[in-house]
Ligand binder design. Sequence first.
Ligand SMILES: Cc1cc2nc3c(=O)[nH]c(=O)nc-3n(C[C@H](O)[C@H](O)[C@H](O)COP(=O)(O)O)c2cc1C
Length: 353
Amino acid sequence: MTPQLFTTLRLRGTELRNRIVVSPMCQYSAVEGYIQDWHLQHHARFALGGYGAAFVEATAVTRDGRITHGCTGLWEDGQIEGMARIAGMYRDHGAVPGIQLGHAGRRASMSRPWEGNRPLALDGPDPAWPTVGPSALPEREDYPAPRELTRSEIEDLVEAFGAAVARARRAGFDVVELHGAHGYLLHSFFSPISNRREDEFGGSLDRRMRLPLLVAEAVRAAWPDELPLFYRVSSVDGVEGARSCRHSASRLWTVGFELTGLRPPTYRHPTAGDRGTTNMTIERWRLGALGLGLWLVAGAAAAQEKLVISNWDAYMPPDLLERFQAATGIEAEVAVHATNEEIMGKVTASGGM
Ligand SMILES: Cc1cc2nc3c(=O)[nH]c(=O)nc-3n(C[C@H](O)[C@H](O)[C@H](O)COP(=O)(O)O)c2cc1C
């Protein structure tokens, strides 16, 4: 019998030839958001790799929504052409072309990883720009504080996501993922750690979910009904007082999103002392997953087949696998254990992160 991994997966009107998906990976090699030869080479090797689908990196919906000066963008029509070449390459080789759209929020205006991964200086070769967020709270003490977004700026942002998703469709992508993880803008509104607003976008869980859901609704409305949408969430914030994403996944479901991918804790990776704090309940998600970069969980979870995990991040609590199996009844094993250094080594060796 063909392992589930290699069977097709239908999501609305889109069919993946198998359940192996290349997750989005920033390359920090764009110019003013425009695709360069680097991106064409980067994606060409995946296009020839036989994947079911592949995602273009976190792409900014506004110019100030980039993480670095080297991030890709879809805030103007001129950027569609380069993206269309990538989407066309994947389609020509049988993979479903996908793209991740996001806004870096208070994590914007950073130097590239190989330049230190630090907030930019105003007078540097790549000058800094003012960042925005739900509240004027810097991510770390020595980071600049973002400016608190006003109500009308929030409305403009929702529109910017709608406009970017329409450009993604004109570029020929068949699936869009919203970046709602890693402490970037949508996540920062959802998390009580970064959102201390006292208006309709802050306070209770429902109010903190308000912007992510407004964006999700605007994107669903601008995206063809027969095409799937994904949303990436951070499973837990990993710090006291924060919430897990269980609360948002079911709401996204009702908006019309097919899959929520989970990522490990954002604000503080569990150290030896508090490995017990990371908890995930996943049984409520028909397509829930431990988002370790592999999107194949969708098939494995649905078919209760064996799950093979690659690149088990070094900071994953050792008992997470047992808890995953206990919670889902899915047999799982780790194929490759990778340390942070190995992952970063891989990143720097490839010249981009
Ligand atoms: C070079 C690099 C760039 C990344 N860029 C993004 C990104 O743009 N958006 C995102 O959601 N995750 C990003 N990630 C996280 C990956 O999508 C993936 O979740 C992570 O590498 C774990 O998956 P793996 O175990 O298969 O490597 C990046 C990871 C790497 C190594």
